[in-house]
Design a protein around this ligand. Sequence first.
Ligand code: MRU
Length: 351
Amino acid sequence: MKPENVVLSDDGKSVVIIDQTQLPNRTVHLSLSVPEDFYSAIYELKVRGAPAIGICAGMGLYVIANSFGDTDEELFLSKMHNVSVYINSSRPTAVNLKHALDRVENAAYINRGNGTEAMLSAMKSECIAIQDEDIEMCRAISEYGLTLVKDGDGILTHCNAGPLATSCYGTGLGTLLLGKEKGYTFHAFTDETRPLLQGARLTAYELDKAGIDVTLICDNMASIVMKQGKINACFVGCDRVAANGDTANKIGTSGVAVLAKHYGVPFYVFCPSSTIDTNCKTGADIVIEEREPDEIKTKFYTEPMAPASVKCYNPSFDVTDAELITAIVTERGICRYPYTESLAELFKDIR
Ligand code: MRU
């Protein structure tokens, strides 16, 4: 199985993405090749989801460096670093972006003295490795996820953590997709995920396409479906997990976790190691992206839905307190609270 959402072209001159803003109505491919293409595709959520952003940015750095032409090593490295800083500034919350850019940059640095051709070759291998590792991680996370649920369960999802946001199975949706292949029947209840509707546009689309029973609900209906006993577990992805397990994910995630605690429903975070940031001790260290008011007031409406003069507060993510998370499901296994110990034990060897 090969990811279709982010693809490095055979000639290494572009990265081809599926424009996620056009789904579910149209499948449009975009070819990205210059720094501004990558910045705007990431900022505008044409490519989105923490792992996919990282993969696209890492491949982008290689593609752009590949266009520098004949140049000396130091100039090559400094131009590449400037591009990396620029692309990294497109979105602040998902750590995968910085993580992937650093890996691809480092691949060039460790080849200092070997010439720019060697640097480029190492950068190419590294960005392909990031995607290959993500495929493996998604599969392993999905296998672990299946040990937490049973056939027939109702699963509430928030935002989109499926193949579009990752590689192949996805993280938060991987258990459902792998389960379907293995003959499980799940009933997904998918939060539409205001204001950008990743749940309605992308999760409902991906699950429906895979033949999984999916029911779309507005975000403010999560409580009623939990109270009615329709939900056996909540599944979400993540954009940055602090060392203590506090988890930044799409705005509204922490509200789902609070409701889940109230109704006694397990709340699971699906997290590849590329999303763990041990430099953040707690969620208080995580930068939360704020976006334009028009995403709330006008986007998707035929007429504005609020007075033009009214103020909006549009944080794109929130942090779910570690205490509210039943388990963090990683590619190496399932961590339980307290996460400072369980994550450190499982990932002794990472940043
Ligand atoms: O703003 P987005 O759509 O990039 O936000 C994405 C999410 O919050 C996802 O849940 C997260 O990146 C995990 S993707 C596996």
